[in-house]
Design a binder for this molecule. Structure first.
Ligand code: ADP
Length: 461
């Protein structure tokens, strides 16, 4: 039993499915057959019993109706009517007190013992089953015994026929349930096989191959595959981002490292004794190290991708006011203004994310400006969104460069911007945060006139 259980546990899902469904269908069929067979057997056997009783009663009534003066000879000469009462396969005998047969209607069976009296019993006569009933009867002045033998051959052949038909249908049902079970199991496990194959591909080849599962039904397996697809796509994206991150980081950090390395070897060779070279090298190295630190911090910020908090809420006026205060401290010459039209409600974003987005844009507005920087921030509620407009009077961005400013490490004029000291990551961080909170950004710019950033973010209700 334990071995069967172990064998069944280790079978493939498809086989388990097939065996279980076949077994269930077959057992149900067998139970129905047994119930039908037993009920029919009982019902037909009862019917056979009533036939014997009826024949006996009819014969007894006939004999009694002949009056007390009837003789055995008269009866023997006039069996025609009795024959019409008795079925052809039944045999009726009359015995006298000494047990000698005095009358016989039909001769389908040999005589049976005269006991017991009164009740219908099943006996085997001449190797055949039959119902026998014996009963004493007063015929005129004589005591006689009537015996009715009713063979069960017709009943038995009917039951044999029924059993054969049920067995043949049973084998058919077993084959049919087996094939239906196999087809069903095959049909239902097909998507699971596809899922397994896809997982194996990912295991063997990583995320290089696109994940494609074509099962589209809206059932439990369909839901599972949809979730698997979504999960794998998410993993594929973060895997690609991770690869991109490592490639970007190693590429971008190489430049400041090379610069520091260059200055240190310069100092080692002949700069140690020259205070001017020493000063300049230390200064440049420090600047590059600061740049590297900023870049690492920003790269980590991009890589962190915290989970979105559905409860996030920020007060835009409060957040933007503190960013302005911070910027004015860092860039005292800059003129930053904030204006609002109508009531401004809270927005769906964390205060931290909102201040980081606004800070990146305002800082760029001040840094990429060759005049006295003027930054105008205005707030406006439009439908269910807050629109934040940040306009500057900076150097502007050429139209052909606009589509790329949100890309990682993208800088319009690398040589000039290097002195300004950016990393090319600020706007990509802002974009990532905006997308996380279902906000959008639009940029319009004109060279030597200025740039306008238009942010739209959902209001919090
Ligand atoms: P960075 O650290 O270089 O400022 P960002 O991602 O913040 O990186 O910006 C990408 C590039 O877009 C900048 O290098 C700059 O060339 C350009 N840029 C961004 N904002 C402005 C602006 N307000 N005016 C002009 N150029 C801008």
């Amino acid at each position: 039993m334990i071995k069967i259980k172990e064998y069944f546990t280790n079978l493939s899902l498809q086989r388990k499915w097939m065996l279980t469904s076949s077994a269930v269908i077959f057992i149900s069929y067998a139970i129905i057959c047994i119930v039908v067979y037993v009920s029919l057997h009982t019902w037909l056997l009862n019917d056979e019993g009533s036939k014997v009783k009826r024949t006996k009663d009819d014969v007894v009534s006939f004999l009694e109706s002949q009056g007390p003066n009837i003789s055995v000879q008269q009866l023997q000469q006039n069996t025609g009517l009795l024959k019409s009462i008795v079925d052809r396969d039944q045999t009726v005998r009359l015995f006298n007190n000494d047990g000698i047969e005095i009358l016989r209607i039909n001769n389908a069976s040999q005589a049976a013992p005269l006991t017991p009296m009164g009740s219908i019993v099943q006996m085997t006569i001449d190797k055949k089953d039959a119902y026998v009933v014996n009963e004493p009867l007063q015929l005129g002045f004589f005591q006689v015994y009537i015996q009715v033998i009713h063979p069960l051959t017709r009943f038995e052949s009917l039951m044999r026929y029924l059993l054969t038909a049920m067995l043949i249908a049973g084998v058919g049902a077993l084959l049919l349930s087996g094939s239906i079970g196999y087809y069903l199991a095959n049909y239902l496990t097909k998507p699971l096989h596809a899922l397994r194959a896809s997982m194996k591909t990912v295991m063997d080849q990583g995320f290089n191959e696109p994940i494609q599962l074509s099962y589209t039904s809206h059932d439990e397996i369909g839901d599972l595959l949809k979730m698997y697809n979504a999960m794998m796509n998410e993993l594929q994206i973060s895997f690609a981002q991770q690869q991109q991150f490592v490639a970007d980081a190693s590429h971008e950090l190489r430049t400041p490292i090379q610069a520091i390395e260059g200055h240190l070897s310069l100092l080692k060779r002949w700069g140690k004794d020259d205070p001017a070279i020493l000063e300049e090298s230390i200064e440049t190295s420090l600047t590059e190290i600061t740049r590297m630190r900023k870049m690492i911090e920003e790269l980590l910020e991009l890589a962190r991708r915290e989970e979105k908090d559905e409860m996030s809420e920020a007060n835009p006026i409060y957040v933007i006011d503190s960013v302005i205060a911070e910027m004015e401290l860092l860039h005292p010459t800059a003129k930053i203004t904030l204006s609002k039209i109508g009531e401004i409600g809270p927005v769906f974003i964390t205060s931290n994310a909102l201040s980081q987005i606004v800070r990146n844009i305002v800082e760029n507005a001040i840094r990429y400006c060759e005049k006295v920087p003027e930054v105008n921030i205005s707030l406006l509620t439009l439908d269910d969104k807050l629109q934040i407009q940040i306009a500057d009077n900076g150097i502007g961005i050429a139209e052909q460069n606009l589509p790329y400013i949100f890309d990682r490490f993208y800088r319009v004029d690398e040589a000039r911007n290097r002195q300004i000291g950016g990393t090319g990551l600020g706007l990509s961080i802002s974009k990532m945060l905006l997308e996380k909170y279902n906000a959008s950004v639009e940029v319009k710019s004109e060279e030597n006139v200025g740039t306008v950033f238009l942010l739209r973010m959902p209001l919090k209700y």
